[in-house]
Write a protein that binds this ligand. Sequence first.
Ligand SMILES: [Zn+2]
Length: 651
Amino acid sequence: MMRLQLLSLAFGLAVSLTHACAAEKPHYIVQLSLKPAMRELHVRMRVNLPPGAEPRFGLERGFAVKAMTIDGQTVDPAGQTWPLPTGRPVEIVYTAALPGLNAALARGELSPFADPEGSYVPLVHTNSGLAAGAFTYDVTVDVPAGYRAVAPGRLVEEREFEGYSVARFVFEKPVWELSVFAGPYVVGETMHGPLRLRTYFPKTADNSLGDRYRSQVAHYLDVFSAEIGTYPHSEFSVVASPLPVGLGFPTLAYVSQNILPLPFMQERSLAHEVLHAWWGHGVAVDYERGNWSEALTTFMADYALAEESGEAAAREMRHRWLVDFTTLPVGQAKSLKDFVARDHAASQITGYNKGAMLFLMLRDEIGSEAFRAGIQRFWANQKFHVAAWSDLRNAFEAAAGRPLDAFFRQWLDRADAPQFAVQGAERGDNTVDFTLRQSDPPYLLNIPVEIQTISGIERHVVRLDTADGHYLLKSAARITALRIDPDYRLFRRLPIDEVPPTIRSLIAAPNAVTAIADAPTEYKDAGRDIAAGLLEAGCRPDDVTGAMAANAPLLLVGTTLRVTEVLNHAGLPSPPDQLAARGTARVWMAHYHGHIPLLVVEGNDLDALRQTAAAIRHYGAESYLVFDGRKVIDRGVWLPTPRSLQIDFEK
Ligand SMILES: [Zn+2]
């Protein structure tokens, strides 16, 4: 599963021997009976551990060993000392009473559960030290008729037998985990050449939904096979979950049944989970040495789809990633090499977004052809192995024919990002002269520079590897503007004029103050309620003059008439024409004194103001909202006008 779970294992068996043939993988033969309504699990597992194998075999919490034999001789499991012997057949029977769906929902992350609505049973679960932990398996699952069960791997048998539905799956390639899923599913199947594509969806789901999923899976498998190397398995299934998850397993995606109909799930998210069959499952991650797989998967699935729909969408995605990083509270940014799994927003910004930008910058640096060759080389060399960032670097160095150590080191090891300023930009006769200064310590950068001339756009790349660099660029025509990285192709901290004002910037401001424009008590109360529900700092009342004297981020609440008077009197921005007189209340962001956030909540009357109180905080990524009563009827982002890195010579 592509999300790290830290689980307490009831017991662990670790075998560590020094025999020579370590290449042989343990092969587990498993018979599993699951009764979802009773939440009962019964498992018989057989293994003959090869010499030299170092399997890490853990059972989930709550599983109990009932019986055990070694060489056919019954042994007392409690008295058995671990590790298990190698070269001798071992059989273990264990049972579990699994938690129900409500308990699993309450945990808020994927954990074992059994329920008539669906079941998830991880059997062999490895989190770390994967290097020697790969194995193969053959699992037969029975569930009462009316349910269907599925495990990753090749389907070799499926039948109804004496009131049970039985299915057997074999995983012949090295794998690092074994999970079984069951539910009251309708199974849909499409053969795509030799590939068996399946959907395990609820009976209530519209039939065409399964068809759409299987054709999307076929499309993504073809695309990624062509780009990376042939999909190495014979099946892929999409399995509905009663939990709010979207996770990739080897040959399988486990997706919340509530989000199955949503377009983003059928497109970006599905592509992402399918690609994990290569990155994360086909080549495994050594979590102790950093997780590269989310970065590469985000770049080759999410970002590639944005690129496919056009440069505007791709640019918007890059800009949003940089905005998210720039507005991350100080101290929360971590280095990419320290990213293990997504556990909060800050880790997503690093592990997914910054990581995807690393691959974009790498492709810009070495060219698409070498990049593609590097990807294919990495796959060919590391397929069914555990790989680290250094293995990726080696593959790209071989493909590009040059060292990339400095490139990888700065983007992996550093938690910060470069920030630029332009100084003394001057234009001469068809020339432009400027100094670029970067934050300290310097990065080694190739910076895209665009020159706008009267006859078109000219693109350059300038090298900056010290604190500042001086450049003189020539053009064929009169130059009208100079733009530094206008398309956001470098991972960098944006200047304030490239960051759209978002409601979130005020929500998170620790020193935000609240001013209420109307004097009567009931208006003051309504304003305080809005502030208390919205600001992390809580309601700190002040007047506008006091707030401005302290340069404090400001929330101004009131009726539109009073708010407009207060804004005009203080020399603050007026309500935007775009929103004038729309709906019953309007919420909008601006800045004052250059960069201090100002959030205005203005309503037609007291009731209109009160009705905004609950909803505003859910729209942190927006710059403005229009309310009709409690309902948000319009929202959007004010696109900034970059000035400090985009210099217009004719204004
Ligand atoms: Zn992922």
